[in-house]
Design a protein around this ligand. Structure first.
Ligand code: GLU
Length: 307
């Protein structure tokens, strides 16, 4: 069975850019008859806002987006919630330790910034300089809360065919560097949780912003070690403000909850998203190959009018 997913991070309000990504996932799933999962990605603990989960659910309902599965909260249609799935991520971490693909890393963000080299991808932090990479399985593990587990990026080319962006390739070791798969408090990072979940939930299509392409290469390496098959990926263009910068507070209030409170009809948002696809009837005849690949710029009049 084909399956897609909506994966909001409750780190803040969902905005116009998120709405467009969710609608594209929804239209693609409708066109292909795929099931839909809602998964709350709340493992990035310091930035999680307690109110943001329910607000994301209300936003999705308001947009008319439906999902079928997720038994953790609220009955059969409640979402999956990552903080309730920690044991699964621990098991996967154990497998990565057994496979000798990770090492404990005690470096601070500042250490890495000071000696890391510039990343080869936009939206990425510095490349890890390898300070702790000499650790071997069997060596002593530092005390809890003083290290994260870091994945050894591979030296072989990793490639995939993106449904929107076409063929993509990089050499993780040199283009991305080793990357953290837990936080220092032991909580799983996004990279690990997303792979474990997409595999466990049988996700066949992952739709997300194209700022995550670099992460996809990392995730493909994790898939390989855990021997799971990855979904098809559709990395969709970002939404930018009139100044060409990524949509943010400076562009005005584009939170979906704000539009809702103003009494704006969800149809306004949906019609805007439809227009930006470049597809005549995305709600009836959706094809990734027809989607406009350029980043979307929201014009200032549209923003000023509150949609
Ligand atoms: N939770 C991520 C976000 O809200 C999406 C990650 C994904 O789709 O893989 O940006």
């Amino acid at each position: 069975m084909m399956k897609s997913r909506l994966a909001p991070s409750p780190t803040g309000a969902q905005h116009l850019g998120n709405a467009r990504t969710y609608l594209l996932a929804h239209w693609s799933a409708m066109a292909s008859g795929a099931g839909m999962i809602l998964r709350i990605e709340d493992v990035d603990s310091p930035r999680i806002k307690p109110w943001a989960t329910q607000q994301a659910i209300d936003d999705l309902r308001w947009l008319g987006i439906r999902w079928d599965e997720g038994p953790d909260v609220g009955g059969p249609h409640g979402p999956y919630v990552q903080t309730q799935r920690i044991d699964l991520y621990r098991d996967a971490l154990d497998r990565l330790i057994q496979a000798d693909r990770v090492y404990p890393c005690t470096c601070t963000r500042k250490d890495i910034e000071e000696s890391g080299s510039a990343p080869h991808f936009e939206h990425e932090g510095p490349i890890y300089p390898g300070t702790c990479a000499g650790w071997q399985r069997g060596d002593e593990v530092p005390p809890p809360d003083t290290f994260c587990w870091r994945f050894r990026a591979g030296t072989q080319t990793v490639a995939f065919d993106d449904l929107v962006m076409g063929s993509q390739a990089c050499v993780p070791a040199t283009d991305l560097g080793d990357f953290a798969i837990t936080q220092k408090n032991g909580a799983p990072s996004y990279q690990l949780a997303v792979v474990v979940d997409d595999a466990a939930m049988g996700v066949t299509e992952a739709v997300r912003g194209n700022d995550l392409i670099a992460s996809t290469f990392r995730q493909l390496e994790i898939y390989r070690v855990l021997q799971h098959s990855p979904p098809h990926f559709a990395h969709v263009p970002l939404v930018r403000g009139p100044d060409g910068r990524r949509l943010a507070k400076r562009h005005g209030d584009t939170r979906l909850s704000h539009f809702r409170e103003l009494g704006i009809a969800p149809k306004r948002i949906i019609d805007w998203a439809i227009e930006t696809t470049g597809i005549a009837d995305p709600t009836g005849d959706f094809q990734w190959s027809a989607l406009n690949r350029d980043d979307v710029v929201v014009d200032s009049e549209w923003l000023a009018a509150g949609g």
